[in-house]
Write a protein that binds this ligand. Structure first.
Ligand code: ADP
Ligand code: MN
Ligand code: MN
Ligand code: MN
Length: 334
């Protein structure tokens, strides 16, 4: 029986790439190599436009149905080396190098729903909803906007086989979060990209657009982040290793923050549960710090840490590579 394989990849749009996808009808066998026109995705000049799609992870397609697949791909040049926009290849190397440390990540993807030019829940006439307060984890039609899409998205992710750990309404009206993981660096990143694709795709059905803009509304409204929770086997056994990882992140703070998503200085202002983008801090329970060690982790004397800096629009292949490399190399000395 023929099935439909939706090949999904990340394009070359700067500074924040977009998701692209197209359908291949497969009459027999597994999804194999495919190609696309890189001159239409900022990935190649028109004279040499072919780019290669290599499947890296295959999931059930929860929208089309039985037997159909979502195929997450990486982009290669025609000589089969990674395309310059392929950030997964560098993560694969780091993940392999430190696989023995058993790194795990949980990514909290915040996002904002838009109807036309305004966030869902903001009045059409240009006015503003009441100030932040009742919206976070709220219930009821005065405070919650877009739940049918959010529920459909959670259901679709689980049907696809993605490991989500939860969802919640966020502090700004129309803003929501889902969490992927805990999973290995490559798994969590592939799955986050596919979960993002499903969100955009389902938005089409609901007439709602999705933005990962880190600061969709200026002023006294929370931005959207992608808090990155991280542990190694040692951190899951030993509190000193959690503190050592936080210290290592402090030493590499500058290198990290510049790769944590475009527009980070607009979100990490020191207000709205953020630390200033150019000052590193860490603390137990502290949601005003760059890195938070959860209260329970201190009590248990083991666990994980939360890097609160990454923007909603961060590339998970980049953030998981940076954190794995920084923390694991500090722990092992190489
Ligand atoms: P917050 O209180 O910051 O909103 P969430 O519950 O939204 O926290 O997200 C916490 C994330 O941390 C989840 O994705 C969860 O799977 C992940 N997590 C839990 N334990 C670990 C661990 N040991 N290593 C990495 N991630 C973890
Ligand atoms: Mn959360
Ligand atoms: Mn959140
Ligand atoms: Mn968090």
């Amino acid at each position: 029986m023929a099935y439909k394989a939706e090949y999904i990849w990340i394009d070359g749009t700067e500074p924040t790439p977009l998701l692209r996808s197209k359908t291949k009808v497969i009459f027999e066998g597994e999804p194999g190599l495919w190609g696309f026109d890189g001159s239409s995705t900022n990935q190649a000049p028109g004279k040499a436009s072919d780019c290669v799609l290599r499947p890296v992870a295959v999931y059930d397609d929860p929208i089309r149905g039985e037997g159909d697949k979502l195929v997450m791909c990486e982009v290669l040049l025609t000589d089969m080396t990674p395309h310059p926009t392929n950030t997964r290849a560098a993560l694969a190397q780091v993940a392999e190098k430190y696989a023995g440390d058993e790194p795990l990540f949980g990514l909290e993807q915040e996002y904002t729903l838009f109807k036309g030019s305004r966030p869902l829940g903001f009045p059409d006439n240009g006015g503003y909803p009441g100030p932040q307060g009742p919206y976070y984890c709220g219930v009821g039609q005065d405070d919650v906007y877009g739940r049918p899409l959010v529920e459909a998205h959670l259901e679709a992710c689980l049907k696809a086989g993605l490991i989500l750990s939860g969802i919640n309404a966020e502090v700004m009206p129309g803003q929501w979060e889902f969490q992927v993981g805990p999973l290995s660096p490559l798994e969590v990143s592939d799955q986050l990209w596919v979960a993002r694709w499903l969100l955009h795709r389902l938005g089409e059905e609901f007439g709602i657009s999705i933005t990962l803009d880190p600061k969709p509304v200026r002023g006294d409204w929370n931005g959207a982040g992608c808090h990155t929770n991280f542990s190694t086997k040692l951190m899951r056994e030993n509190y000193e290793a959690v503190v050592a990882a936080a210290e290592a992140l402090g030493k590499a703070a500058d290198e990290h923050v510049h790769q944590y998503g475009a527009g980070i200085e607009h979100r990490l202002t020191g207000q709205h549960e953020t630390a200033p983008w150019n000052e590193f801090s860490y603390g137990v329970s502290d949601r005003g710090a760059s890195v938070r060690i959860p209260w329970q982790v201190e009590v248990d004397g083991k666990g994980y840490l939360e890097d609160r800096r990454p923007n909603a629009n961060v590339d998970p292949y980049v953030v998981t590579r940076l954190i794995t490399n920084t923390c694991c190399s500090a722990a092992s000395g190489n």
